[in-house]
Design a protein around this ligand. Structure first.
Ligand SMILES: [Zn+2]
Length: 371
């Protein structure tokens, strides 16, 4: 049975409250198949509430952090979702209803949310919420993790002399996949640091590797030369089609996205800092400023927030208190789970979606009790 057939049949079972439903179900499934255990199971599904989280809708050759869903797969995922659930705005996810409810969210404000995701959701009438760090707009090379991936992926040798706050760091990795291994190790080390420190670190790494690739075996970095090559290197390495570039929305693009009646813009700190590792005052400053800055740019109130990185180790009690003090109505984590009537509206769980085909996405919908 295909997912579509199954979802159509399941959708037929959802409306149990309608007095004519049982008869219709008997007709559709045959008398013997309509048994109470099945109907009880469907009741749970009826009340299910889930928030999905995406980052990018783009075709890319390599996606080391699994942030991209291809446009074709995203379109199919949205079709399936619209088939089986009420896809609602984030502020409606906690309301009661007779069908499973799902909200679709995007983190980080990549430009492909406008160019690739919006046409698809508009064709299906699906509302989305896009969480944007207010000072990460108009970045041609995306975030530090995008630049780090571009710098390292595909390299079979990585040698660099770097510095993390308070400690020198020598990287010397060789062999197939060396760049990718270094990427994941460094990303884990870096993500708790202030974004300005990380950006500087990635610039230094790119400069050192750029210098070496231009003149292999020439020994230590010559800073002036590395700086000029960094500028040359960045666009050169992006290389492929525009749709695959990890570019963030610029201000006109953010306004164009926000102008769609289906789009809600939410805040995501000013610069995508890992909140838990910053002092409480700094956390409050970036959380409240991100709200004010987006409201200034868009001329509307911003009611929703998402914690950067979003896992339970990336925010703390001070973060949640600041989100409350700043006046947000909801805040989303990336902690896996479904929303229930008992969910804290400032700690909403979400479901991470990957570049899954129809079958895998369909089984996830069952796992999440959406069908
Ligand atoms: Zn994020």
């Amino acid at each position: 049975m295909t997912v579509s057939e199954r979802t159509r049949q399941l959708a037929a079972l959802v409306d149990i409250g309608d007095p004519g439903t049982r008869a219709r179900v008997r007709q559709a499934w045959g008398r013997r198949r309509v048994r109470m255990p099945r109907l009880r199971h469907r009741r749970g599904v009826r009340r299910s509430r889930n928030i999905l989280v995406y980052h990018r809708v783009a075709d890319v050759a390599d996606d080391p952090f699994t942030l991209c869903v291809s446009p074709a797969r995203f379109a199919r995922q949205m079709e399936l979702l619209a088939d089986v659930a009420d896809v609602v705005r984030l502020d409606q996810i906690l309301t009661v209803g007779d069908r499973p409810k799902v909200s679709v969210t995007f983190d980080d404000g990549y430009a492909d949310n406008l160019t690739h995701a919006l046409p698809i959701v508009e064709s299906l009438g699906i509302p989305i919420t896009v969480f944007v760090p207010s000072r990460a707009l108009g970045r041609d090379s995306g975030f530090w993790w995008d630049r780090l991936a571009e710098t390292l992926c595909g390299r079979n040798e990585v040698r660099a002399a770097l510095e993390l706050p308070g400690a020198p760091l020598r990287v010397d990795a060789r062999g197939p996949g060396a760049g990718r291994r270094v990427l994941h190790l460094l990303a884990e080390q870096l993500r708790s640091l202030p974004p300005t420190v990380i950006d500087e670190f990635v610039d230094t790494l790119a400069a050192q590797l750029g210098a070496r690739s231009a003149a292999p075996g020439t020994g230590p970095l010559v800073p002036e030369r590395a700086a000029s090559q960094t500028q040359h290197w960045a666009p050169g390495n992006l290389g492929t089609a525009t749709s695959s570039r990890a570019r963030t929305l610029d201000v006109p693009e953010l306004r164009a996205l926000a102008a769609s009646p289906l789009v809600t813009i939410g805040a995501h700190t000013t610069d995508h800092v890992r909140l838990r590792f910053r002092p409480a005052a700094e956390q409050h400053a970036t959380i409240s400023a991100s709200k004010a800055e987006l409201e200034d740019l868009l001329g509307v109130e911003v009611h929703h927030f998402a914690y950067p990185f979003g896992d339970a180790a990336s925010f703390d009690r001070a973060s949640v208190q600041s989100v409350a003090r700043a006046g947000f109505a909801t805040a989303c984590t990336t902690v896996d789970g479904r929303v229930t009537r008992w969910s804290n509206r400032l700690l909403l769980p979400r479901r991470m979606v990957q570049n899954w085909d129809e079958t895998t996405f369909g089984s996830r919908l069952e796992w999440w009790r959406i069908v």
